[in-house]
Design a protein around this ligand. Structure first.
Ligand code: NAD
Length: 397
C-alpha cells in the first residue's frame, strides 16, 4: 500500500526551481515580477510556429503592459542543436536584454536556458556539457511552456544535438539552468495541434512512470509522479481531441507535465529514455512520440521487477482490479492501458510503424543506448544487458 512517507532510515533530497506560478492566466504574473526586479528589456526565445499560432501573444501583451523593451529570437527548431543556443546567446548579447524568456516547448526553453548562461560566461559551449560544468549564474531566465510535456520549466537540464558529433544528443545539467521564474499557463497550450499534444502528453506520462519506478525515487517524487499519472490518464484523450475547447483537460495536462518534470528531475528516468535515444538520433523521430511507443514495452519488461508499483500505475490509469488476477497480471494490464491510450490519441504502438526501420539495426541501437544513455539504464528498476535491450526493441517492433 502506498503511504508516500518513505523510510525513517533514509535521508532524501529535493531539488526545486526558484519560483513556479501555475494557473490560467499565470503569464500575467510577469508584470509584477518585472516591476519588482526593475527589468526594462527582454529577449524572447521562441519559434515561428508558436508565434504564428498566437500562443506567444499573451506574453508579448503582458511585457508591453509592463513597458518592457522586447527583442524576439524566433529561430528555434525542434530538438535544437548547440549552435542554436549560441545564436540565441548572440541575439541576447546584441539586445543586451535584462532577462531572457524561454517561450515554447522544451526546445525553446532549453535554448533560452543555455543562451542565458553563454551570455554571462565566455566559455566554449561544449565545455558546459555534462554535470555541473556551468561556472555560475546566467542572465535571469523566465520559462514559459506552451506544450504540456517536457517539464523543462522546472528542470536544471538542457538537451541539445551536437552537430560536431553526428548530432548525438548531449545534456547540460547545472543548478544554474533553473529558471528564475517558471510561468505555467495552460491557456498557452490551447493552440497545440492534436499530434503535438499527444506526443508531448505521452512524454509527460513517460517521465511520471519512469520516476515512479526509478531506482532513485523518493516519497517526494512518488507523490508527484502518482498524481501526474492519474491526471494524464483522466485528461490526455480530451486534451488531444478537444484541444482549444476543453480548458479543464488542458489545465490538468499542464499541471501533470510540471509535476512529472519536478518528479523526474529528482528521481532520474529509466529504460524508455535510454531506448528512445537511438530512434531520435538515427531516425529523427520526435522525443515524445518515440517515448510513447516504447513505454508499454518497457513497462512489460519491468513488471516482474516492480509488480506492486506497476500495478499501482494500472490502478492510477483507471484499470479495474479483478479478483482472480495476480499483482503481476495487473501490472501487465497497466502496460496494456498505456498502449490503449496511444491507440486513442493516434500514436502507434510498434517501432515498425514509425518509419523504415529494420530489425537488423537493433544491435547498433543497443550500443548507442549504452554509449549515450547509460545513466538512464542505471535508473531502470530491472537490470538490462545488451541482449535485454535488443529483446525490448524486438518486442516493440
Ligand atoms: P518542441 O519544443 O520541440 O516543440 C514541438 C513543436 O510544437 C514545435 O514545432 C513547436 O512550434 C510546436 N508548438 C509548441 N507549442 C505550441 C503551441 N502552443 N501551439 C502550436 N504549436 C506549438 O517540443 P517539446 O516536446 O516540448 O520539447 C522537446 C525538446 O525538449 C527535445 O529537445 C527534448 O530532448 C527536450 N527535453 C528537455 C527536457 C528538460 O528537462 N530540459 C526534458 C525532456 C525533453
Amino acid at each position: 500500500m502506498f503511504d508516500g512517507i518513505g523510510s525513517m532510515d533514509d535521508v532524501y533530497s529535493v531539488r526545486s526551481p526558484n519560483d513556479v506560478r501555475y494557473g490560467m492566466g499565470a503569464v500575467n504574473e510577469l508584470e509584477a515580477f518585472v516591476g519588482e526586479r526593475g527589468y526594462e528589456s527582454a529577449l524572447v526565445v521562441t519559434d515561428a510556429d508558436i508565434v504564428g499560432a498566437g500562443a506567444a501573444d499573451p506574453v508579448f501583451d503582458v511585457l508591453e503592459d509592463a513597458d518592457v523593451d522586447v527583442t524576439t529570437f524566433d529561430g528555434v527548431k525542434p530538438e535544437p542543436k548547440l549552435g542554436m543556443a549560441e545564436s540565441a546567446a548572440a541575439a541576447l548579447e546584441s539586445a543586451d536584454a535584462d532577462f531572457v524568456v524561454g517561450l515554447g516547448g522544451g526546445s525553446c526553453m532549453d535554448t533560452a536556458k543555455l543562451a542565458g548562461v553563454l551570455t554571462e560566461h565566455d566559455v566554449p559551449v561544449r565545455d558546459l556539457l555534462g554535470m555541473g560544468n556551468v561556472p555560475g549564474a546566467g542572465r535571469p531566465t523566465v520559462l514559459v511552456p506552451t506544450t504540456a510535456g517536457t517539464g523543462s520549466e522546472v528542470t536544471h537540464i538542457g538537451v541539445f544535438a551536437d552537430e560536431a558529433d553526428e548530432d548525438n544528443k548531449k545534456v547540460v545539467y547545472s543548478e544554474h539552468l533553473f529558471g528564475e521564474l517558471a510561468l505555467v499557463d495552460p491557456e498557452l497550450t490551447r493552440s497545440l495541434p492534436a499530434g503535438i499534444a499527444a506526443a508531448t502528453g505521452m512524454d509527460a506520462l513517460s517521465h511520471a512512470v519512469e520516476a515512479y519506478v526509478s531506482t532513485l525515487r523518493t516519497p517526494f517524487t512518488d507523490t508527484l509522479a502518482r498524481r501526474a499519472i492519474e491526471l494524464i490518464g483522466e485528461s490526455l484523450r480530451e486534451a488531444v481531441h478537444q484541444g482549444a475547447h476543453n480548458d479543464d483537460a488542458r489545465y490538468r495536462m499542464s499541471l501533470a507535465a510540471t509535476m512529472a518534470g519536478q518528479a523526474f528531475v529528482n528521481s532520474g528516468l529509466g529504460a524508455v529514455h535510454a531506448l528512445t535515444y537511438p530512434l531520435g538520433v538515427e531516425y529523427g523521430i520526435g522525443h515524445g512520440r518515440a517515448n510513447a511507443v516504447l513505454l508499454p514495452h518497457v513497462m512489460r519488461y519491468n513488471a516482474p521487477a516492480e509488480p506492486e508499483r506497476l500495478a499501482d500505475v494500472a490502478r492510477l490509469l483507471g484499470v479495474r482490479e479483478r479478483d482472480d488476477e495476480t499483482t503481476l497480471e495487473l501490472a501487465r494490464r497497466g502496460a496494456d492501458a498505456v498502449a490503449a491510450l496511444n491507440d486513442d490519441i493516434g500514436i502507434p504502438n510498434h517501432i515498425s510503424e514509425l518509419g523504415d526501420i529494420d530489425e537488423s539495426e537493433f544491435e547498433g541501437f543497443a550500443d548507442v543506448a549504452f554509449e549515450h544513455s547509460q545513466h538512464n539504464v542505471d535508473r531502470n528498476p530491472r537490470a538490462m544487458d545488451r541482449d535485454d535491450v535488443i529483446g525490448v526493441f524486438e518486442a516493440a517492433y
